[in-house]
Design a protein around this ligand. Structure first.
Ligand SMILES: *[C@@H]1O[C@H](CO)[C@@H](O)[C@H](O)[C@H]1NC(C)=O
Ligand SMILES: *[C@@H]1O[C@H](CO)[C@@H](O)[C@H](O)[C@H]1NC(C)=O
Ligand SMILES: *[C@@H]1O[C@H](CO)[C@@H](O)[C@H](O)[C@H]1NC(C)=O
Length: 335
């Protein structure tokens, strides 16, 4: 009898222990879930990583259009060993407007889609005052200006290769070459481009640029905070008397290199329409040694894409963002 009772109690205790442990486990899981999802909102799961390639979508729409999706896919496809981060500003991610998220998540394990709460992202950064003062919100260039500023916060905090969303990448990006690097824009070689740049976290050039832009802001100027400011800060820092210019191949800063426009902008802005015309031997040979092509979206955004034709962009999309290209019809296109 006593053994039976003892066993009975033991069984009861075991039941309670199991129940109790279960409840604790579930609670822990819930706490973990809430912590990770709230961190997700703040973008705090991003770590310093010079190898990452990242994008910012700052329109607030919460989704990617066809060309943007193609840009991210082309990078993910050609760089499977590197983390590709897509940072999307806005209240929520919108999956009702095209299959962008399925394409990137289902086919590319190296892509991370991160929702960014701008308030939290700028908080504690040197741009906090700029952001909160809010003059930029009144600007007709607010999306571009937000983009110019937020990429610098990201570069300074976590490093990596930043790219605008109006590129198509044509081959693996060389990590040695594209390290602490700026691209010279245009054949005259007078300006630096802020659409593709790589820096290690905490780089002094980005720090200088941030200090400069934290106080210099003009809501009416489209270029000032991008290429113009970058070029001026570069010249001040890396060209002893300011006249060295950006034409010289070598930079006077050992920790900043310059790269020819040919690597990402083989077709200059006056000829942007070549991407939307039928490919020719000439246009194909212009881009054939480039890492990527810049579509100059501010000029070309409304140009129709004709998938399945000889249009240069359609050919590049079919080859370098094949999943996006196949699902062309499921995106909403400008009419
Ligand atoms: C500025 O620097 C360049 C090259 O570093 C040099 O050739 C030039 O003479 C310098 N100019 C002045 C005014 O010092
Ligand atoms: C680039 O074009 C040249 C001549 O047009 C050709 O010989 C070469 O094979 C091409 N290179 C690539 C990588 O396609
Ligand atoms: C472009 O190529 C398409 C076939 O893909 C052809 O139907 C069209 O006529 C061409 N357009 C021009 C301007 O050559």
């Amino acid at each position: 009898m006593p053994t039976f009772r003892f066993r009975f109690r033991l069984r009861k205790t075991a039941k309670y222990v199991a129940k109790f442990t279960g409840i604790i486990l579930i609670t822990l899981l819930l706490v973990y879930y809430f912590i990770t999802t709230s961190n997700h909102q703040q973008g705090e799961e991003i770590h310093a990583d010079s190898r990452r390639i990242f994008f910012h979508e700052t329109s607030g729409r919460g989704n990617l259009n066809f060309k943007q999706c193609c840009a991210v896919e082309s990078v993910a496809k050609h760089n499977p060993g590197r983390s590709v981060q897509l940072l999307i500003s806005g209240d929520r991610l919108d999956v009702s407007n095209g299959p962008w998220m399925d394409i990137l998540k289902d086919h590319y394990t190296n892509v991370e889609i991160i929702s960014v709460d701008n308030d939290k992202y700028f908080s504690g950064s040197p741009f906090e005052l700029w952001y909160e003062k809010g003059e930029w919100r009144q600007s007709r260039f607010r999306i571009a200006h937000l983009s110019d500023y937020i990429r610098l916060v990201s570069l300074y905090r976590h490093g990596g290769l930043y790219m605008d969303l109006d590129y198509v990448v044509l081959k693996p990006l060389n990590e040695k070459l594209l390290h602490n690097v700026l691209l010279v824009e245009g054949i005259d070689g007078q300006q630096l481009n802020n659409g593709v740049m790589h820096f290690e976290p905490g780089h002094r050039l980005i720090n200088e640029l941030i200090q400069h832009l934290a106080v210099e802001y003009d809501p009416e100027d489209y270029y000032l905070h991008g290429p113009t400011a970058l070029t001026n800060v570069y010249l001040r820092l890396c060209s002893s008397n300011g006249t060295g210019g950006t034409k010289k191949k070598s930079s006077m800063c050992p920790d900043v290199s310059l790269l020819s426009y040919k690597h990402f902008c083989p077709i200059g802005p006056p000829f942007w329409h070549l991407y939307f015309e039928n490919a020719s031997d000439q246009s194909l040979s212009m881009i054939n040694s480039s890492y990527g092509v810049h579509l100059w979206n501010f000029l070309s955004s409304n140009e129709p894409i004709r998938m399945g034709t000889r249009q240069l962009y359609a050919i590049l999309a079919a080859k370098h963002c094949p999943v996006t290209a196949k699902r062309f019809d499921q995106f909403i296109h400008p009419t």
